[in-house]
Write a protein that binds this ligand. Structure first.
Ligand SMILES: Nc1ncnc2c1ncn2[C@@H]1O[C@H](COP(=O)(O)OP(=O)(O)OP(=O)(O)O)[C@@H](O)[C@H]1O
Length: 260
C-alpha cells in the first residue's frame, strides 16, 4: 500500500489581508507518519484546517485522488479525523456520550446508534485507556485524560487519515509514551496515515517517517528525520542552534537547544 493519501498543490491562504500560507505543494503517501513542525504562528494549525475544509485556500487539495471540495461533509469525516489542540472549552457531555458522537459520519439522519456503533466506541475507549472514566463529564477530567478522550472520539470516525494538533502538549512522560505507542499501533496495524503538528522536535525525529517544516506560511523543509537533525536546517527554521546526541536505546539523533 503506497498510494497517495493527500496531494496539495500551490496552496495559498489569505486571511484579513494577510498571507497565512503560501505556495505549499506536497504529496503524502498512505501509511506515512508525517510530523509538521515550525515556530509559533508559522501556519501549522491553519494548514491542517485547510485539509479539513475549515479554511478555503486557493490551489488544489486532493484526498485519496479526489478534490476535497467534492466530498460531502460526512464523507470527509469518514476519511479524515482530527484531534484538535486542547483549548479548555467546556464540553458538557460524559466521555462515553462524547466518544459516541464521533460516530456521526456513519449515521443517517434520524437513525439511532447501532450495536456496532457501541462496539466501536468501546474499542476506542479501551485502546485509549479512557474506559475507567467513561461515565464522567469531560469537564471534570484532567488535561491529559481529556486529550486521550479527544483521540478516542477521532478513532471512532474510522478515518484512514488522522490529523493531530500537538497531541502530547498536556501529557506527562508516561502518558506521552502510551499515546506514542497507540499511534504507532494504529499506523502499523491499521495502516492509518498520521499527520502530527508538534513543537517536540525530538518526538518528530523519533516517531516520523518524514518531517515538514513551515515558517511564515512557507514550506521550508520536507525530508527525512535524519536530514532534519542538522543545524543548517534547524537554524533556518528556528533561528536557534542545537547540540546533538543519540538516544541510547534507539540511536535516533536528539537535539538540545544550545544556550545563546
Ligand atoms: N481566522 C484568522 N484570521 C486571521 N489570522 C489568523 C486566523 N487564524 C490564524 N491566523 C493567523 O495565522 C497565523 C498562523 O496561525 P496558526 O495557528 O496556523 O500557527 P501555528 O503554526 O499553528 O502556531 P502555534 O505553534 O503557535 O500553535 C498566525 O499569525 C495567526 O494569528
Amino acid at each position: 500500500m503506497n498510494s497517495t493519501a493527500l496531494e496539495i498543490e500551490d496552496l495559498f491562504l489569505f486571511l484579513n489581508g494577510k498571507t497565512i500560507l503560501q505556495d505549499i505543494s506536497l504529496a503524502i503517501a498512505q501509511g506515512e507518519r508525517l510530523a509538521i513542525v515550525g515556530p509559533n504562528g508559522a501556519g501549522k494549525t491553519t494548514f491542517l484546517k485547510c485539509l479539513l475544509r475549515l479554511f478555503h485556500g486557493s490551489g488544489s487539495i486532493k484526498l485519496l485522488g479526489r478534490k476535497i471540495a467534492d466530498y460531502s461533509q460526512k464523507e470527509l469525516a469518514r476519511t479524515l479525523a482530527y484531534v484538535p489542540q486542547l483549548d479548555g472549552q467546556s464540553i458538557p457531555f460524559t466521555v462515553k456520550e462524547f466518544v459516541l458522537m464521533g460516530r456521526y459520519p456513519h449515521l443517517s439522519p434520524f437513525s439511532i446508534l447501532s450495536p456496532e456503533d457501541y462496539r466501536i466506541a468501546d474499542w476506542a475507549l479501551a485502546l485509549t485507556g479512557t474506559r475507567p472514566f467513561m461515565d464522567r463529564l469531560l469537564d471534570t477530567l484532567s488535561a491529559g485524560e481529556r486529550q486521550k478522550v479527544l483521540i478516542a472520539a477521532s478513532l471512532v470516525q474510522e478515518g484512514s487519515i488522522l490529523l493531530l494538533d500537538e497531541p502530547m502538549a498536556f501529557l506527562d512522560p508516561r502518558h506521552q509514551v502510551d499515546i506514542q505507542c497507540l499511534l504507532d499501533q494504529l499506523n502499523r496495524e491499521h495502516g492509518i496515515t498520521l499527520l502530527t503538528v508538534t513543537h517536540d522536535i525530538n518526538a518528530a525525529i523519533a516517531y516520523s517517517t518524514r518531517i515538514i517544516a513551515l515558517k511564515e506560511g512557507t514550506l521550508v523543509f520536507n525530508g527525512t528525520p535524519e536530514a532534519f537533525a542538522d543545524n543548517r536546517i534547524l537554524e533556518i527554521i528556528y533561528q536557534q542552534r542545537f547540540l546533538f546526541t543519540h538516544h541510547p536505546q534507539t540511536g535516533h539523533p536528539i537535539a538540545i537547544a544550545q544556550n545563546q
